[in-house]
Design a protein around this ligand. Sequence first.
Ligand code: MLC
Ligand code: AMP
Length: 495
Amino acid sequence: MPELELVERAKTFGARVALTSGGQDHSYDSLLSASAGIAASLLDGSTDLGEERVAYLIGASFEYTAVQWGIWRAGGIAVPLSLSSADPELEHVITDAQVDRIIVLEHSLEKLRPLCDRLSKPLLNYDQLSSEESLPLPDLDGERRAMILYTSGTTSKPKGVVSTHANIQAQITTLVEAWGWQSDDSIPLFLPLHHVHGIVNVMSCGLWSGARVDCVGPFDATEVLERVADRQYTVFMAVPTIYVKLIRILEDADEKDLARFTDGFAQMRLMVSGSAALPASVHEQWTGLTSQKLLERYGMTEIGMGLSNPLHGERRPGAVGQPLPGVVIRLVSESGEVIEAEGEPGEIQVRGPCVFSEYWDKPDVTRDSFVDGWFRTGDMSVLEDGYYRIMGRLSVDIIKSGGYKLSALEIEATLLTHPAIRECAVVGLPDHTWGEVVAVAVVAAEGEQVELPDLKEWAASRMSAYKIPKTLLLLEDLPKNAMGKVTKPVIRDLF
Ligand code: MLC
Ligand code: AMP
């Protein structure tokens, strides 16, 4: 019985370089043997992990991929943890997904030990995982659940998005086809590996194709630019914030460096932007500097990628193009009518093999997220001259900052545990670099003071840095509407 197609394909790429990590090239053969060793070690004599949830906190590296493939090959569900999470956020994922074991590299053991001890979860050291033994691995069909990614929504705490192997394969193959991935491609990986952008679009598409994925580490503009100047890459994928940050550096660079960097970008065959709206002005500035026309696409953890500008043909600034192969899209009006005409806005709803199977352990939320088999994205869009344009989200409580999706409700719930805060409302303010930045309006408790620097310090051990409010407004009362609900658009205008 064959293994996953991703793994079967890797066998045909053999000695080619799969990943560059820690200054070393690693072949597809070594990825296969390391992941088989990890699978055998996790199985520890059993024949199938039977969808056991195994979490791991590992940065982009050969080891990350070996662990992900090892869990998959042993029949488990991979639960990647975020390197930027604070302990309460890690605890939520570990307990919500009912994770049984957690894998880390040696240097992260101490960081996770207290939490794992408190939760009575075994913490495994990668170095001690590998087994030389070659065991028969279980048969996996496409419907087996493969991965849980946590994403914020309109519920307070992040929900686990469950994808099957068939979902992930569909998410990969649609992009390989649409964007012409080839085995001679080479791509830098500097995005976080607990979200689809880094995991599917960059890493898995690259490995599916026999290409080279260069694990750069957390985004460092200077490091990335030097590697680009070395003409190491054919494909580049990033969120809009990264393009804004790179533009700033290119504009300040001296003539010689500017030429090195822009030549490196100009010779690539494809540069993609997504995860948040790419302002048309940034699109045009990038073309002016590098002569590359960015390809903007639209996606979501629950569906992988849904809409894309074309590889060949017009890449329209401010638009996200058309449905990817195998993805079916419709727009639905507020009153539930399917919109047929151009120019009329509606909610994007999606069908297709790429659409996730369920929210982990949340059957009611899963049911409410679908209508007649269509997944409701909560994003508004309009079709104009054959291309979709994203207009924004239905909920004011969803914020996108630096490409991360944040729940205002989750941040509020944490801030409300601060003893000096009586009431608060979190909103996203438009920002050129970050897309949106988190801002909070606070009503202090009787006789208390709330100041931003103290609040930031207090929040640092409770939430990821990108969720921490960057702006604070003290109010006597939060503005409410006639129904007694906090009026966030009004609050946003007060900043
Ligand atoms: C960090 N900072 C922020 C911030 N994030 N300030 C405002 N808003 C934010 N969101 C501040 C820090 O506090 C710090 O401040 C300074 O910026 C540098 O922090 P950093 O963490 O070093 O930032 P940097 O490395 O530059 O991070 C930027 C980034 C990162 C763009 C590389 O945010 C990132 O990797 N984003 C990608 C997220 C992603 O992959 N999303 C995809 C989700 S999947 P100070 O004062 O301490 O210096 C999805 C589906 C799809 O969306 O369609 O793809
Ligand atoms: P996530 O839940 O992190 O996967 O984020 C998915 C959300 O990112 C979508 O629902 C959109 O709101 C947003 N998004 C992704 N790509 C784009 C894009 N090109 N333009 C605007 N918004 C986008």
